[in-house]
Ligand binder design. Sequence first.
Ligand code: ADP
Length: 585
Amino acid sequence: MNFLVVNCGSSSLKYQIIDMASGDALMSGKIERLGEGRTHRDAVREVLEKAASVEIAGVGHRVVHGGDSFHDAVLIDDDVVAAIERCIPLAPLHNPANLAGITAARAQLPGVPHVAVFDTAFHVRMPRRSRTYAIDAEVAARHGIRRYGFHGTSHAYVSDRAAAFLGRPLDELRLITCHLGNGASVCAVEYGHSTDTSMGMTPLEGLVMGTRAGDVDAGVVLLLARELGIDAAEQLLNKQSGLAGLSGLGNDLRDIEAAADDGNDHARLAISVFAHRVRKYIGAYAATMGGVDAVVLTGGIGENSRTLRRRILQRLEFLGIVLDEDRNADAKPTLAEPVAAVTTETSRVPALVVATNEELQIARHVQATIDGARQVEAKRPIPIAISARHLHLDRKTMDALFGAGSELTEYKPISQPGQFAAEQKVNLIGPRSRIDGVRVLGPLRPAVQVEVSRTDEFRLGVDAPIRDSGKVKGSAPITLEGPKGTVHMEEGLICARRHIHMTPDDAKHFGLKDKDEVEVAVTGGPRDLVFGDVLVRVKDSYRLEMHIDTDEANAAELSRGAAGDLVYEPAPSGVQGALRGKRAK
Ligand code: ADP
């Protein structure tokens, strides 16, 4: 399955098409100079023309500001579009561009789900103490003035990668993740959740960035507004500050580093202010979290500039971080090998360089949101039928047990259409003991199949394999006794494998196919239980129903009328999971 990921800015559209099976980008690119006679609609058309040969199953849209409204990625509908519009005052530069991309892509790819993934969502549960600005509370509430945080997609992604690299669960780690690109932010990821981050109500707060000032005294903003006017002050703080403003050399760190090497003092100051600010936040977040287990550097600068990494990480031994100069010089994370440690083997707190992959993370959100929506829609409880021991007969054995030419007569219909419990019963005789009066199910089948529980097997003194219905070859022997005769079967006794019957419509609903395996949870009773290895069987003539035997039902304390639900994976870093235990045969 391939997802198109769209990151729409005011003057450019970046895109990737990601193959979810491998996580690789099949195509990627950037369409620039939007606004100069070229619309977002033109850009989307261009992308779709280039991607004509690829089937796109869904689209993920990066949306910068989700305000208070969005705690997670969402399927886009008209209400979601309206809610993103309402967040425009909070992100006047970004949200309109994101919306232009959404509108254009929904118009041109109407048949697939579109998912909005918000930069702010990862930070939505930041505690009050870190999200609150100490200004008049009533004014703040009226204007939605609080800290929201951004770059959530990247902070979440690199946190997952770091935890995997360290071989520890994310919910046991206190991480400080530093996304250092053109935009830059630090995040305190405490046991899997963002508890503080350096960007605030807008992406202007915090670190020194390519062209943004980051933290300045609010008095400076007032002075600039007074002296230059609001628009010019906004322009200065957003576009003419940061590394570019300090160095006078533009926002590309490579140029600034080269100039610094040549002795340019403006360039040196720019680098030193940048590094100082990052160190300051690392120290602050180690303090707010009461410790730190690893520091992560990512983004164009974090992944590439060994000089800045050294400036940021040196002399942090008091925190347990001991930089390894060689490792730092060699670290070059790639998408294929995305994590490299730059601290010594004995450093108590490792510092890791991680290649971020926001597009992949957005694509995962698309997958999870589609699965989640399917799950909600599919919250179709699965009725559970408890099969008591029973057997199916073939023509020949029917003749031997009940007399030549005898027919099964219906006692009562059973839930699967066309099948019935017959009036006829058979006695099972095993080496240890016998079980009398076992019901025959009709109609006749091509082969005899006797289905018993494990408890029955003990009674009979036989050891039957767990088998899918119909697979009796090599199963256990059993003797059948009827009113007109006795038949010894060399095979035919099985312990039926638990399974779900479903129609093709059910299967589509759940996103399953014949022979898949799933997990089914039974909850709400005194002995909640998750059944694994449940086989899915799809046929037009079936009715949705899970079949288990009496032992299994007793283990879950089930009675008639019980139902179960398919189990989905727990969420890695806010991403909702896919069907758990799902295996395709
Ligand atoms: P964006 O926020 O636009 O996605 P990136 O994450 O691509 O930005 O980071 C861009 C920054 O990374 C620029 O300042 C660029 O100079 C810097 N950068 C990229 N490669 C290197 C490198 N090899 N050495 C130093 N800085 C680099």
